[in-house]
Design a protein around this ligand. Structure first.
Ligand SMILES: *Cc1c(COP(=O)(O)O)cnc(C)c1O
Length: 395
């Protein structure tokens, strides 16, 4: 989110929401790229980064991409999402997965998140597929739009996994593929298994605000060699010959550079340290702010290990004494960056042509939720400042 900060936001005294945590190792690896002239889209760091990420998430293959959105685009294409199809995803999410669906001339369908951990609701999902859809050609069709439903796109939000077993079971029952958007949740676990290695196709992001960053970048992970090969092929303009420029189909320029991968390799060495630090920050916030009337901290499901990528609380305006937006304003005047969650996509003009189920929880989260500073480099004194400022703002 560094790039979203006002100029000077990183100057002394300002506490940003979430910024990268870089060390000497990043410098060393980047320098190595520059010294050896390997700065572009081939190079040993790209391969190493793919292997290291795949290993970290327990996937057999990783294919580096220029962004998480690019990884989602390719993953949806590999899941055989075709023009005019529909893909079901939560209304509450960063817009990238819905946009990736549109890149294929398919349409998102929005369902609500559940109120406990704010993830895609398996009940709402099953409800949509059984009530709003009818069977057609071995799959299902949305009765309202007449479109074929091709896939489910669960998004592991804010560092917390979705209930993946339930979602995969529903996918099997209705003959749908699953593309998991794990962009916000590298390092999180579902029933002891890391996200990114559970669904057959997953997408990760290494944008500047994510737990591990390459500045900008992403990765598709899969257990399937054929899918990995095809993803790599499509990300390199679908080039068919090592020597001649020949192409059987339209590909994409979605490659990650060696310099970015070098940063990623260094970052990934610290993934467990970063997750521990995020969880420590969350523990302290929850202990201190959980006692403030009107504040409800994000919860962790019994089967989940969250990274608390963006530490978020709900503000009940009546009990707390002001709204989430007023709290954000107050914090800002004290040099603390806080931010509401995304506009639910069923309300987004960018996706007004999409079908949506009622999404009261997404609406409430957009109205009442606010994310607090939680960079892995956040110092104890800074966190104390945030906690005090929130307490002072309370009635
Ligand atoms: C960050 C993010 C992405 C991918 O973002 P890029 O900036 O393209 O890497 C995708 N989905 C979600 C939910 C995200 O938060």
């Amino acid at each position: 989110m560094q790039s979203d900060l006002e100029p000077g936001a990183q100057t002394a005294g300002f506490i940003p929401l979430s910024v990268p945590n870089l060390s000497e190792t990043e410098w060393r690896y980047v320098r190595d790229c520059l010294d050896t002239n390997w700065i572009s889209s081939a190079g040993s760091y790209v391969t190493r980064f793919e292997e290291d990420v795949a290993k970290a998430v327990g996937a057999r293959f990783g294919v580096a991409m220029s962004s998480g959105t690019a990884a989602l685009h390719i993953a949806l294409k590999l899941a055989d999402v075709r023009p005019g199809d529909e893909v079901v995803l939560p209304s509450l999410t960063f817009i990238a997965p819905a946009n990736a669906v549109r890149y294929l001339d398919a349409f998102p369908v929005f369902v609500d998140v559940e109120p406990d951990c704010w993830q895609l609701s398996p009940d709402q999902l099953a409800g949509f597929l059984s009530t709003d859809c009818e069977s057609a050609d071995g799959g299902v069709r949305n009765r309202h739009t007449g479109r074929r439903v091709a896939a489910i796109l669960p998004v592991d939000l804010l560092g917390h996994p979705c209930d993946l077993d339930a979602i995969h079971e529903i996918a099997r029952r209705f003959g749908l593929s699953v593309v998991e958007d794990a962009a916000e949740s590298l390092g999180a676990q579902y029933r002891g298994a890391p996200v990114g290695g559970i669904s057959n196709l997953s997408a990760l992001s290494f944008n500047g605000n994510k737990i591990v960053t390459t500045g900008g970048g992403g990765m598709l992970t899969t257990a399937d060699r054929e899918l990995a090969d095809r993803a790599r092929y499509l990300s390199k303009q679908a080039k068919d010959d090592a020597l001649e420029s020949m192409h059987r189909e339209v590909g994409f320029n979605y490659r990650l550079t060696n310099v970015q991968a070098a940063i990623g390799c260094a970052q990934l060495e610290r993934l467990s340290e970063f997750v521990e630090r995020k969880r420590e920050i969350a523990r302290r916030y929850t202990e201190e702010l959980g006692l403030v009337p009107g504040i409800t901290p994000a919860r962790e499901a019994s089967w989940a290990r969250s990274t608390y990528w963006l530490y978020t609380v709900l503000v009940d305006p009546d009990e707390f004494g002001c709204t989430s937006r007023e709290l954000a304003e107050t914090l800002y005047t004290e040099g603390i960056q806080a931010r509401p969650l995304w506009q639910p996509l069923h309300l987004s003009p960018a996706h007004s042509q999409s079908f949506a189920c009622p999404c009261p929880v997404a609406n409430r989260l957009n109205r009442d939720a606010i994310s607090l500073p939680c960079s892995t480099g956040l110092e104890e004194g800074e966190q104390e400042q945030v906690i005090r400022a929130v307490r002072r703002a309370a009635r």
